[in-house]
Design a binder for this molecule. Structure first.
Ligand code: BDR
Ligand code: CA
Length: 317
C-alpha cells in the first residue's frame, strides 16, 4: 500500500489529482493540508471538502494550512479556476468547515510523517509555503519522507503567470527556494511545460466527462469554466501549443501513484530565482553543475499517456 500525504490549493486540477488518488488501487491518503493559492484559503478548505464529499471520503482528515506566502505579495488564479477556485458552481449542500481537523496543517503533516517514517510520499500541488514552514519547524522532516512530488516550476522561459514563471513557484518564490534547498529526500518535479507537452487530447476529455456517474456530473460542472478558457484559441496558441487539456497537478499525483508513469526524466540540481525583475520565481536548472548541488531532483519529461487516461477514467467511476 502506498501512503500519500497531499498538500493542495484545491482548484480544478487539484480536484482532479485528488480524485485520481482516491480511486487508485493500493493507495492510502493519510491527510490533506490546504494552502492558499488558486483561491483564498477559506475557499480551498471548502473545495477540498466538496471533492471528498462527492467521493464519499470525508473520513480523510483535512487540515488548515498557511493563508499567504512567506514574503511575496498574494496572487490567485481566479481567472482560470473561477473566483471560488472550483469553476464558480456553488453547492448549497457543501460540507461545513466544522468538519476540518482542529490540528494546524503543518503540525499535522509533520506528525503524520513522524508516525510513518520513511513510508510517506508527499504530493505538493500548491505554492510550497506549508512545506517550507514544515522544514523550518522540523529540520529533520524531509529525511523522514519516502519521496516528494511537486507540481511546479518551468523548464523553458515560458510561464503561465509571469513572463517566465509558473504559478506555484511565483506565488511563493522563497518557499520554493527553501524546499528545493532543504528537502533532500528523492524529489520528482512536474514542471509546467512538461504537462503542456503531455496533455490529454480533447476527444478523450469528452469520453472522460460523459460517464454517467455523480462524480462525472460534478467534474463536468467544475471544469466547464477552465475548459472553455483552455480551449480558446489564444490559450491554445500561447500556452499549450495547441495540444489539449492540461491537468498539471495530476501529473505529480500520477507519478507518486505509479512508478512507471513517467517514462523519461532528467536528474539535475534545481533552485529558484529570487531576484530578477522578470525572472523572480522562475525555476533554475543547473545542467552544467556550476552550483555544485549535492542533491538533485528528477525533472519529468515524458509519460505513459495511456496510464493517465486509465487513471482519469477510473477517477469518475
Ligand atoms: C499550478 O497552478 C495552479 O493554478 C494549478 O492548480 C497548478 O497547481 C499550475 O501552474
Ligand atoms: Ca494546484
Amino acid at each position: 500500500m502506498k501512503k500519500l500525504f497531499i498538500d493542495a490549493d484545491t482548484g480544478v486540477d487539484d480536484a482532479q489529482a485528488i480524485m485520481v488518488a482516491l480511486t487508485a488501487p493500493d493507495v492510502e491518503i493519510l491527510g490533506i493540508t490546504c494552502c492558499y493559492g488558486n483561491t483564498p484559503l477559506e475557499n480551498v478548505l471548502k473545495n477540498t471538502l466538496r471533492v471528498l464529499k462527492v467521493c464519499n471520503r470525508l473520513d480523510i482528515p483535512v487540515y488548515r494550512g498557511c493563508s499567504g506566502p512567506l514574503l511575496a505579495k498574494r496572487r490567485d488564479a481566479g481567472d482560470y479556476h473561477g473566483k471560488d477556485g472550483l469553476g464558480d458552481v456553488p453547492d448549497p449542500d457543501a460540507p461545513g468547515l466544522d468538519l476540518l481537523q482542529k490540528r494546524r496543517g503543518v503540525t499535522a503533516m509533520i506528525k503524520t510523517v513522524n508516525q510513518n517514517p520513511g513510508e510517506v510520499s508527499l504530493v505538493a500541488t500548491a505554492p510550497l509555503t506549508n512545506l517550507a514552514v514544515a522544514v523550518q519547524l522540523d529540520p529533520s522532516f524531509p529525511k523522514k519522507l519516502k519521496a516528494l512530488y511537486i507540481m511546479g516550476g518551468n523548464t523553458d522561459s515560458r510561464g503561465n503567470t509571469t513572463v517566465c514563471g509558473e504559478f506555484n513557484f511565483v506565488a511563493d518564490p522563497e518557499a520554493a527556494y527553501i524546499v528545493l534547498e532543504r528537502y533532500t529526500c528523492p524529489t520528482y518535479i512536474a514542471p509546467w511545460e512538461f504537462s503542456c507537452r503531455n496533455s490529454l487530447p480533447w476527444s478523450f476529455c469528452k469520453e472522460w466527462l460523459c460517464q454517467n456517474t455523480e462524480k462525472a456530473a460534478f467534474m463536468k460542472k467544475i471544469t466547464a469554466l477552465s475548459m472553455t478558457k483552455a480551449q480558446s484559441e489564444d490559450y491554445q496558441k500561447e500556452i499549450t501549443e495547441g495540444k489539449g487539456f492540461n491537468s498539471c497537478d495530476t501529473y505529480a499525483m500520477a507519478a507518486a501513484i505509479d512508478d512507471s508513469f513517467v517514462t523519461e526524466s532528467d536528474e539535475v540540481g534545481v533552485t529558484v530565482e529570487l531576484e530578477g525583475k522578470f525572472t523572480r520565481g522562475m525555476m533554475v536548472l543547473d545542467y552544467m553543475e556550476l552550483l555544485s548541488k549535492k542533491h538533485k531532483a528528477f525533472i519529468m519529461k515524458t509519460v505513459d499517456l495511456e496510464k493517465l487516461k486509465e487513471m482519469f477514467m477510473n477517477s469518475l467511476k
